[in-house]
Each structure stands twice: as C-alpha cells, then as structure tokens.
Design a protein around this ligand. Structure first.
Ligand SMILES: [Zn+2]
Length: 117
C-alpha cells in the first residue's frame, strides 16, 4: 500500500487556532473553542481512526463506499468516505488513512479514506 500517486498529489489540510491551538476542520471559519478567527492552515498526516459510522443515504455508483466520521491524529474530525467497504466493515477505532478527494455533486470535494494497515 505504498506509493499511491493520489496521496502524493493531494494532502489533507486543517485549520489550527493561533490563539488557543485547537485543531479544527478546514471548513470552519471560527475556532469552536474560543471563537477566534485567527486560523492557520496546516497539513495533516492523513492518519486517523474511525470515530463514528454514518448511515448511508444513497448509493455512490457501483463502488461500495461507507460514510464515516474520521478523527485524525492531529485531533480534528471530518466527514468522509471509506472506499470499498460495506456497513459494519469498519467499526469505531479502525485505523484509516487519507487517500485523496472524490469530486462530489455541486463541486464539493469529499475526502476519501482507506483502511490503514
Ligand atoms: Zn481558539
């Protein structure tokens, strides 16, 4: 599982509050801990664990894909997708890693993860 060109080309970024150092997901505009808008962009290692499994709302093409909340080792959480997995295949605590973005409807970019290990 080494040398994934997608992982090399794209990185997962997050914000860190410069006032209280709380890590927050990159879509946040204010620090949820202290309300500061002084957020800096940092690059995540992309390594984390499944924090919560979400209920799949719709099929995403032919590939099975499992919606989950991932908690990264830096301490922030994001909604994402686990590729190639069916519900129940990745319980809470399963180690995962960022593999790249999938383009979603409306031009949004969905972070995608895969099992790590
Ligand atoms: Zn803060």
């Amino acid at each position: 599982m080494h040398g994934n060109p997608l992982a090399a080309a794209e990185s997962l970024r997050f914000h860190r509050c410069t006032f209280c150092t709380t890590p927050v997901q990159a879509i946040a505009e204010l620090c949820p801990a202290c309300g500061s808008d002084r957020l800096t962009v940092e690059r995540s290692s992309g390594v984390g664990r499944v924090h919560r499994a979400l209920k799949a709302t719709s099929a995403r093409g032919a590939e099975p894909s499992l919606p989950v909340v991932v908690e990264l080792v830096e301490g922030f959480r994001i909604r994402s997708w686990l590729d190639g997995l069916l519900p129940g295949a990745a319980p809470v605590g399963t180690p995962v890693r960022f593999v790249g973005y999938a383009r979603a409807a409306g031009g949004a970019r969905d972070p995608r993860f895969a099992l790590n290990g």
